[in-house]
Design a protein around this ligand. Sequence first.
Ligand SMILES: Nc1ncnc2c1ncn2[C@@H]1O[C@H](COP(=O)(O)OP(=O)(O)OP(=O)(O)O)[C@@H](O)[C@H]1O
Ligand SMILES: [Mg+2]
Length: 346
Amino acid sequence: MARGIDVGTMNLVSARQEGNETVFVQQRNSFVEIEYSDMAERMLSRSDVLHIRKGDKVYVVGDDALNFANIFNRETRRPMKQGVLSSDEKSAIPMMKLIIEQVIGEPSRPNERVYFSTPADPIDSDMNTLYHQKTLESFLGDMGYNPEPINEGMAVIYSELADKNFTGLGISFGAGMTNVCLSYYAVPVMTFSVARGGDWIDEQAANATGRSVDKVTSIKEEDFRLDFKTDAGGVEGALAIYYDNLLDYVIENIAREVNDEDVEEGLDVPVVVTGGTSSPAGFEELFEERFEKADIPFSISSVRRAREPLYSVARGALVASRTEEEDEEAEDVEAEVDIEADGEGE
Ligand SMILES: Nc1ncnc2c1ncn2[C@@H]1O[C@H](COP(=O)(O)OP(=O)(O)OP(=O)(O)O)[C@@H](O)[C@H]1O
Ligand SMILES: [Mg+2]
């Protein structure tokens, strides 16, 4: 067995293989602090709500956090911000630990391999991903796994571009970040991130319209589309403006990085977009339209959206884990054959 886990600013998703099926377990990376009371006790004991109690406080973690926040009139809090552990949130570490334990569970054997996603260092912020990466490594190690980081953009290539020899441009539009990877026969030629994604769109649209960020997020996730002209003035109009702006920003940075890295000219590259922020209808058409106008020294052969945008990074991490496991098994078999061959000679 081998596993993958996508550690995202908004969602934690684990992946494992059972027969022909890939099984995903997902939780929202969020929590809410409520006062301990008889009512809280009754609600918590009735279901399998993920929570911890500390004195007179209860922390409800994961998918249920939002329901409890609404009922108890509290705000949800997030352990991660812009792709990494949040330095503003003092409870980040115990909360993340609890959610990770819930989505991935115990290893099926000691030292089971798990690849976990980490973002590339962002080019537009001085944030560094090393502390985040090392902290996750130690959580997973303490649980009995043998953890290995995988770049989020590279995980997209493993998950979505097997039919193109792992060659192409993979972009994960997440909540806290956008991660980009250009790969040539499974070798990353360029990887970077920008510290903008769905959260940035929500904050900008909330500022512009005077609505709360939570309200904007739910309008966006429910029925927002990019494939028709929305009325100016409303939340959807503001969302469309900031979606446009995010795409231009990402493409501008791709152009700059490609030119800096001296990527071979004249390639014809397939592009895959994924991540929750790529969900609205019309996203890949808008991306393609903007990309074609940009000054980039290669052309794109197609733009495709991943079939399950929330799961592709976890799936890619699983592919990396399983490939390594198969290689090791093959090496073991070769070693055995060698030993037998040596034995015969004596
Ligand atoms: N149907 C939808 N329409 C629009 N946006 C959506 C939809 N579903 C989810 N999102 C947005 O996608 C984002 C979450 O996506 P995802 O799970 O890929 O991010 P993440 O991996 O947690 O974050 P990151 O990679 O930045 O650390 C959030 O901003 C969320 O609001
Ligand atoms: Mg992500």
